[in-house]
Design a protein around this ligand. Structure first.
Ligand code: AMP
Length: 281
């Protein structure tokens, strides 16, 4: 595995051979099985796999956890090497945001609800850095996790709107045995909070089961999730949502594709999770 922080070196390695197809797995590091599932999917479908580790300052608000975000590069290098990654990009901030940097990418409407309502500058940071990574790597396929459902929707929109010549591949959420979605931020949880955290998936699963049993009322589904999560004393709800699967706007009645999602604080740690549902019937 070639590891570099230099864009020029990265490009030289990426274009050393013209023929092979490349899959790209962008990450912020502190890797877990969720990240590795993306690398495995990329390995299967491409001749070469690229990955990146960059804790992107632009997607963190000043009040958020940029400085404390967990890091363990040596372990990450080992895991990516074992996963068969060929080329790893680990840039310093100055490579990505050189002095004078002033160009950003904004996806308007779909960035605003859900995560965007609590983190209004977050997706501009994500789309700007991912657009840069796409330009730097020029992958044939790019791999993202369903865990960050709105991120995938925002990035799909960006890829379509800006004509990036690549295929977006969205991989299922990888979970711990008790249902908790794997996340680098789970490392922040106290033992008590870790034991309580599966309540997100339990609430989402209960709402999914209610839809399967015929419930179509968006408010009732939001109430059901709210009551289940609120019963956990350590949990503080940021939002529960029953949204249109395409626009991500809240819905009154379940008719087409739906995204059930929630964001919940345990102390200062904010966890998100979701279940996408196909159109009923
Ligand atoms: P991050 O390092 O948190 O920015 O995540 C990098 C990529 O891994 C994103 O596309 C995430 O959606 C994806 N990812 C994170 N957690 C999971 C998970 N539990 N299952 C599947 N993909 C994940």
């Amino acid at each position: 595995m070639i590891i570099t922080g230099s864009i020029a070196e990265l490009r030289a390695a990426r274009w050393a051979e013209r023929e092979p197809s490349w899959g790209l797995v962008p990450t912020m590091g502190y890797l877990h099985q969720g990240h590795l599932s993306l690398a495995a999917a990329a390995k299967k479908a491409n001749d070469r796999v690229g990955a990146s580790i960059f804790v992107n300052p632009m997607q963190f608000a000043p009040s958020e956890d940029l400085t404390t975000y967990p890091r363990d590069l040596d372990r990450d290098f080992k895991l990516l090497e074992e996963a068969g990654v060929d080329l790893l990009f680990v840039p310093e901030n100055e490579q990505i945001y050189p002095p004078g940097f002033q160009t950003t990418v904004t996806v308007a409407d779909i960035s605003r609800p859900l995560e965007g309502s609590t983190r209004p500058t977050h997706f501009q940071g994500v789309t700007t850095v991912v657009a840069k990574l796409f330009n730097i790597f020029q992958p044939d396929r790019a791999y993202f996790g369903q865990k960050d459902a709105q991120q995938t929707a925002v990035l799909r929109r960006m890829v379509a709107d800006l004509n990036f010549n690549l295929e977006m591949v969205i991989c299922p959420t990888v979970r711990e045995e008790d249902g908790l979605a794997m996340s680098s931020r789970n490392a922040y949880l106290s033992t008590e909070a870790r034991n309580a955290a599966p309540v997100l998936y339990q609430a989402l699963s209960a709402a999914a089961a209610a839809v399967a049993a015929g419930e179509r009322d968006g408010s009732k589904l939001r109430q059901l999730m709210t009551s289940l999560i609120a019963a956990e004393p350590l949990a503080r709800i940021d939002y529960v949502s029953v949204a249109d699967g395409l626009t991500l706007e809240e819905i009154e009645t379940v008719a087409g594709e739906v995204l059930l999602s929630t964001a919940v604080y345990f102390d200062k740690t904010r966890l998100i999770d979701n279940i996408p549902l196909p159109a009923p019937g």
